[in-house]
Write a protein that binds this ligand. Structure first.
Ligand SMILES: Nc1nc2c(c(=O)[nH]1)N[C@H]1C(S)=C(S)[C@@H](COP(=O)(O)O)O[C@H]1N2
Ligand SMILES: [Mo]
Length: 467
């Protein structure tokens, strides 16, 4: 605390004492009650207590960088060292999501080591080199002088909704957390922000690409030195070298002071703490693109460089932590997104895929961004299965789990035998990454909501989802 603040605090304490009581609306010299801005401050003397009209009110210093109401408690859930490598994983509470922007404080985190660096923006630089005419080192200040863009885009980790998370969730493996909402544990590796920065295409024009420069490798300045390659064609299209997130500097855990935003591509491409871009003439077969982030097909072959996120949607209300209080009106609401173009349609079924109704999309709809959909629903109180399916502007439709499994070359039927996970997808050596199946929720007569896809063993019985 600086001395000016200390003085002010002392002064306010004294004047409150002089007044003899803490009055909420003390008239000031100009006769205006100013209570909302300058409350009478009291100190209840308890250790750690803050100054405010009552101990529950915010300290006036807290208002310098605002916080939320103490009644709001939703938070990222953390799971450490999830499969696929050591590191930090913090998951977005989708069950509480409102609108399309994820507050930076709730943006998911996938960090491949246990350290979030605290980089000094005055010394951080971005080097662009390799197959270029003029290798260049940019300071942050130089980057910020260049023409900027702001765009709303989602990030999604390639492993989001992957069956490995379900296994750890169900069995509380060392990496699992049974106390989380399933929607958060399974699907919370996606968030949407407004990202601000310089188009990478502008920087690449600045340094001059050699004709052989067809791919690039981006690398971060964190301990893991995370690197990823992708085609220059994508870089020239819509990639942003971003320093802003939702109207302020990128949060530390999101890659402060500089990260790549590679719209619609798997999360792994969005290199945080960006320090180095090397132009090369081929895909680089780095660890995150060959041994990780790939699906092994039943024939033993793997899928490399499946970069684009397929059309995907998810009902966030109601979802598994919610309980409907009885029959009657509810607004079903959720998020839809696609790595290619904009979402143009979301259909919702409230009768286990027998019939579908078009949901209303929140406008404007941004390309490669979470799109909020809403549909009014009168619940008759009977058990049912609800789900959403989306379509993008290229008429690509979100697949069912069965269609997705077939796409990956798995046509086996579900096994229904033990208390293990029984879905064919779940038991197959596929389905680790790029999961965009239709995700159904079962509503029971008591109003509770349950996953209807991964729990194909349904201990309480109930029909298999009709998709
Ligand atoms: N430097 C660096 N960049 C990184 C990673 C990392 O561990 N280090 N993780 C990647 C992965 S796998 C994902 S899904 C996204 C996550 O971004 P976020 O933590 O901002 O949500 O960042 C990518 N970029
Ligand atoms: Mo990821």
């Amino acid at each position: 605390m600086n001395s000016r603040k200390a003085d002010r605090r002392g002064f306010l304490k004294k004047s409150a004492a002089l007044a003899g009581l803490a009055v909420g609306a003390m008239p000031f010299a100009n006769g205006k009650a100013f209570a909302s801005v300058t409350p009478n401050l009291i100190d209840d003397g308890k250790p750690g207590s803050k100054l405010g009209v009552t101990p529950e009110e915010p300290n006036i210093e807290d208002l310098a960088y605002g916080g939320r109401s103490s009644y709001e408690t939703t938070e990222r859930a953390h799971t450490v060292g999830a499969l696929g490598g050591q590191g930090l994983r913090n998951l977005t509470p989708l069950q509480d999501s409102i609108g399309v922007i994820t507050p930076a404080s709730l943006h998911y985190i996938v960090q491949h080591d246990m350290h979030i660096p605290n980089i000094d923006p005055r010394t951080h630089t971005l080097m662009i080199h390799g197959l270029v005419e003029r290798p260049t080192v940019f300071t942050l200040e130089e980057l910020k002088r260049l023409p900027a863009v702001s765009r709303i885009h989602f990030l999604e980790c390639t492993g989001n909704s992957g069956v490995m998370h379900y296994k750890s969730y169900l069995h509380d493996l060392s990496v699992g957390r049974k106390d989380m909402a399933l929607i958060q544990a399974m699907h919370g590796r996606t968030s949407t922000s407004e990202w601000t920065g310089v188009p990478l295409s502008l920087l690449l024009k600045e340094v001059g690409l050699k004709p052989e420069a067809t791919w690039l490798i981006a690398q971060g300045a964190d301990v893991s030195g995370r690197a990823k390659s992708f085609p220059v064609a994508k870089a020239m299209d819509d990639v942003i070298v971003a320093y802003g997130q939702n109207g302020e500097a990128i949060r530390r855990e999101q890659g402060y002071p500089l990260r790549l935003v590679v719209p619609g591509f798997q999360g792994v491409n969005n290199i945080k703490f960006l320090r180095d871009i090397k132009l090369v003439d081929k895909a680089y077969y780095l660890q995150p693109e060959i041994s990780g982030y790939t699906n092994t097909k039943p024939d033993g072959m793997a899928t490399w460089y499946e970069s684009q996120v397929g059309p995907k949607s998810l009902i966030t209300f109601p979802s598994d932590p919610h309980k409907l209080s009885g029959p009657g009106f509810y607004e079903i609401s959720g998020l839809a997104w696609s790595g290619r173009g904009a979402i143009t349609r979301v259909e919702v079924s409230t009768d286990n895929a027998k019939t579908w109704k078009d949901a209303v999309l929140q406008t404007p709809v941004f390309k490669k961004a979470h799109t909020r959909f809403r549909l009014g629903w009168n619940w008759d109180g009977r058990e049912t299965v609800i789900m959403a399916r989306c379509t993008n502007e290229f008429n690509e439709v979100q697949p069912t789990m069965r269609q997705l499994a077939q796409l990956w070359g798995d046509s086996r039927e579900p096994k229904i035998s033990s208390d293990e996970i029984m879905h064919w997808w779940a038991t197959a050596p596929v389905g680790m990454f790029l999961n965009n199946p239709i995700l159904p929720w079962r509503i029971k007569t008591d109003g509770t909501v349950h996953d209807a896809l991964y729990i194909t063993l349904n201990p309480e019985g109930g029909a298999y989802p009709g998709i």
